[in-house]
Design a protein around this ligand. Sequence first.
Ligand SMILES: Cc1cc2nc3c(=O)[nH]c(=O)nc-3n(C[C@H](O)[C@H](O)[C@H](O)COP(=O)(O)OP(=O)(O)OC[C@H]3O[C@@H](n4cnc5c(N)ncnc54)[C@H](O)[C@@H]3O)c2cc1C
Length: 224
Amino acid sequence: MNTYETTIIKHDMVDESTLFLHIAKPEGFSYEAGQFIMLEHEGVKRAYSLYSSPEEDHLQLLIRIVTDGKLTGHLKEVRDETPVHFTGPFGRFTLKDSPRKKIFVALGTGLAPLRPMIVHLQQTGFADEMQLFYSVRVASQLAGNDEFVALAETNANFHYYPCVTRDDTWQGYQGRVQGILFEKLSDPAGHDYYLCGLTVAVKDITQQLLEKGVPKEQIFSESY
Ligand SMILES: Cc1cc2nc3c(=O)[nH]c(=O)nc-3n(C[C@H](O)[C@H](O)[C@H](O)COP(=O)(O)OP(=O)(O)OC[C@H]3O[C@@H](n4cnc5c(N)ncnc54)[C@H](O)[C@@H]3O)c2cc1C
């Protein structure tokens, strides 16, 4: 297992509870879309999925600040150029080779491993339909919203369904992601599914997909 020494380039707050951390990509580090690293800072080590796609020239993480969190409490205050190190890449939650249409379901920072999968498929000419269902509590937490809106406008095969669970001001879909997912879903067994986020929601969606006749071999997930 390799350890990489690197530095934080910058951090961008998405809102007060969520941030993007941009990290210099160390020489020799490569990974597959969907994998994660173990980031260590001030003696605390935590897993984070890579939000950047392997083709991009720096690494990006999407992190939710946990109240009293040992690592995320520090990361909110971290300065640019701070040295950090990480090990990796880890994980088997990666794109499977299949011609089937793709459905991505992201709950909160569960978007992180899914975004590089979408970018990779798009850049490598995947010509069939891709749908992203993305749920957050309040609209200000929608990381990457502009990118996905633009992608949906320029790529007729990409469909983007952001939804929020606790924000009456949001003009789009309200409520749990399951609502919009199962409203839009046709031909359940004709897709591969990539789900990431809260364990309880991932389990529930998986169960409902199985009940709709989706073979378990077409459902891939990571939860935490
Ligand atoms: C494969 C994988 C990928 C992940 N990817 C991401 C990602 O892309 N983005 C992301 O934001 N997170 C991701 N995570 C979660 C991440 O690894 C951390 O768990 C998260 O950031 C919290 O770390 P922390 O040190 O800030 O919080 P911690 O200090 O670990 O605290 C976490 C929670 O536990 C509670 N807690 C801590 N200690 C105790 C205790 N002694 N008793 C009771 N409760 C306690 C805290 O109050 C808090 O609610 C991923 C996890 C895994 C396993």
